[in-house]
Design a protein around this ligand. Structure first.
Ligand code: NAP
Length: 258
């Protein structure tokens, strides 16, 4: 019997893993998405959209669907989903893997101001009016609304509901490349970039562009991983290592005659 795998997606690593396991007879995999974007990326795997109803809902789902292995491959800032998934496997023991892509780290020439959350990011912009490029996602714009002295340029995949008043909007989806990011920042007179520390290659070009232009970057640190104490869980940085873990799980299941 193939290993029944649930992948909690929302990241490029989830997409890469979906591509890697699709068509592999050892796996019967399903990709779960929150449904945050109007047009989710195409996937070769069957997909389900929307929440499970908290940790208990997910635990019930794992049981009902007889899931053999759970992979948390969410965006690094989808902290609630990660917490729920860890709580769910405590309720319904299930082999668990977390893909946690490495965060970005500053390079020589970077002018980063690191902050713990979006409220602190808005405060870090200071009192002096500035031209600010916000690339924090459309769900996290509310704290900037109170800081009306700044001129905001917001980039997101779908239109935000609560952009600061007067903000200009760019609808776009990565991957982005450095020359285009530099051109955009120059043409728009950007003085400071605000970003989450998502890590990965797809959206790192903005950091290189800010570095080249000598711009300040307000970098929002990641939420920590949930408490994994006493759980048998692996944390890997990418889809390749996740595939290795899944292959091992499939091999163990075959040995057990599952
Ligand atoms: P979240 O706060 O971690 O999750 C909120 C709820 O959404 C979860 O409790 C769950 O609902 C549902 N959910 C999240 N991921 C899911 C998945 N893969 N499959 C099924 N249900 C899922 O995540 P968020 O609200 O989506 O986003 C939080 C932060 O992550 C934001 O800063 C956002 O910009 C960033 N982010 C998220 C995604 C994404 O695909 N989710 C992508 C890029 C960036 P139930 O409790 O009902 O199960």
């Amino acid at each position: 019997m193939p290993l029944k795998v649930l992948i909690l997606g929302g990241s490029s690593e989830a997409s890469a893993l979906a591509n890697a396991v699709a068509g592999d007879a050892r796996f019967d995999a399903l990709l779960s998405l929150a449904g945050r974007t109007q047009t989710p990326m195409a996937s070769p795997l069957p997909r389900r959209l929307g929440g499970f109803g908290g940790a208990h809902g997910l635990a019930d789902y794992l049981t009902a669907e007889r899931i053999d292995a759970l992979v948390i491959a969410t965006h690094p800032f989808a902290a609630q989903m990660r917490r729920n998934a860890v709580a769910a496997v405590r309720l319904r023991p299930t082999p668990l893997l977390i893909i946690d892509r490495p965060p970005w780290t500053p390079l020589p020439g970077d002018r980063w101001t690191r902050v713990p959350d979006m409220t602190a990011a808005a405060q870090a912009l200071g009192e002096t009016p500035r031209r600010v490029l916000l690339t924090v996602g459309r769900q996290d714009l509310a704290p900037f609304a109170a800081h009306t002295q700044h001129a905001y340029l917001v980039r997101s995949i779908d239109p935000p509901a609560d952009a600061p008043a007067g903000a200009e909007l760019i609808l776009d989806r990565g991957p982005f490349i450095e020359p285009n990011e530099r051109r955009l920042m120059k043409a728009q007179g950007v003085e400071v970039l605000v970003t989450k520390n998502a890590g990965g290659d797809a959206t790192a070009a903005k950091l290189a562009a800010a570095r080249a232009l000598g711009l300040q970057v307000v970098m929002v640190d990641r939420p920590p991983l949930p408490d994994l104490d006493s759980l048998d869980v692996q944390v890997v940085p990418d889809a390749d290592q996740a595939l290795g873990w899944l292959s091992h799980q499939a091999g163990s299941a075959t040995d057990r005659g599952v």
